[in-house]
Design a protein around this ligand. Sequence first.
Ligand SMILES: Cc1cc2nc3c(=O)[nH]c(=O)nc-3n(C[C@H](O)[C@H](O)[C@H](O)COP(=O)(O)O)c2cc1C
Ligand SMILES: Nc1ncnc2c1ncn2[C@@H]1O[C@H](COP(=O)(O)OP(=O)(O)O)[C@@H](O)[C@H]1O
Length: 305
Amino acid sequence: MKVIRQVPFYTNHTAVALGRFDGLHLGHQSVIGEAIRASKEGLTSCVFTFSRGPTDTSPMLMTPALTEQILGKMGVDILLAPPFDSMKDWSPEHFVSRFLHEQLGAKKVMCGFNYHFGAKAVGTPDHLRELCARYGIEVEVIGPIQECGLPISSTRIRRLVLQGDMPGAARLLGRPLLIDLPVIEGKKVGRLMGTPTINQRPPDRFVIPRRGVYASCCYVGGKWLPSVTNCGLRPTINSLEHPLLETWIPDFSGDLYGLTIPVALLEFLRPEKKFDDLDQLRDCIQQNGRDAARIAQQWTFDFVF
Ligand SMILES: Cc1cc2nc3c(=O)[nH]c(=O)nc-3n(C[C@H](O)[C@H](O)[C@H](O)COP(=O)(O)O)c2cc1C
Ligand SMILES: Nc1ncnc2c1ncn2[C@@H]1O[C@H](COP(=O)(O)OP(=O)(O)O)[C@@H](O)[C@H]1O
């Protein structure tokens, strides 16, 4: 997949999926799936999304790097992700005539039912249809795709993640919530307890799951391994200001510092608590590890990689 981060960019004969696509949930996948289907008919499939703008305050469900990897795996030909600022003042007319028509040579575009575009997000799917008709561009508006009678949306998934409902979030995402962050150094207490943990700090503006312990799995050395993750402030050791993800991978030993490790959160096990001593904390982590391994057996580790 080619990744374009600056406009203008010129190409031709494209099918362009339009959206913010945070989380790449099942609704997003069906919009993007239409562009990929069009590529089987000879068009070049493009995904157009802005990199995050300053007014975009909703917490992120997926890092841009993982979003890119998943789009590549899905078979998208070109990802267009210019900075928000470079296009924020474009009118809907300019977006369609100069960008979709002149620069991308779009033949088909597809978007979700609630897509907005152009300066101040004034453009609607109806507006898009009307403007695209002038250039013979076909428009397909998808959805809403539903789950349990309710539209799938990034907002709904964020709410489930904040509640710790990971199976619920996974049903809407089509895969578990995946967090891929670099491994940073901690206090080196984990190894003394026999439960070394990779420490990962969610950046500002990233969704923070409910504080507590989760059955999880990690993609390490080319395969998914069962693991157990605490998302919290670890009050037993030293109460942190910002939540940290700490993951023990029972069947692994080796050095993971500095690597970006994807962690999939599968199921909430218990809230975080302050233990009286490290022995109690270690016994509980080991029990959590056994519980997590049992839960991991219910999953087929075939997501993304
Ligand atoms: C599965 C698991 C559960 C944990 N639960 C708690 C907890 O309930 N309370 C707490 O204070 N710390 C908890 N922790 C965090 C540990 O205190 C922390 O991982 C340990 O001190 C190692 O820290 P280090 O990585 O800085 O060496 C948990 C860690 C894991 C992996
Ligand atoms: N089974 C394992 N699970 C997680 N990390 C492990 C494991 N085995 C070795 N490690 C390595 O050990 C480090 C964690 O050890 P730990 O004592 O908790 O140190 P820190 O406090 O720096 O996180 C991880 O960052 C990783 O590089």
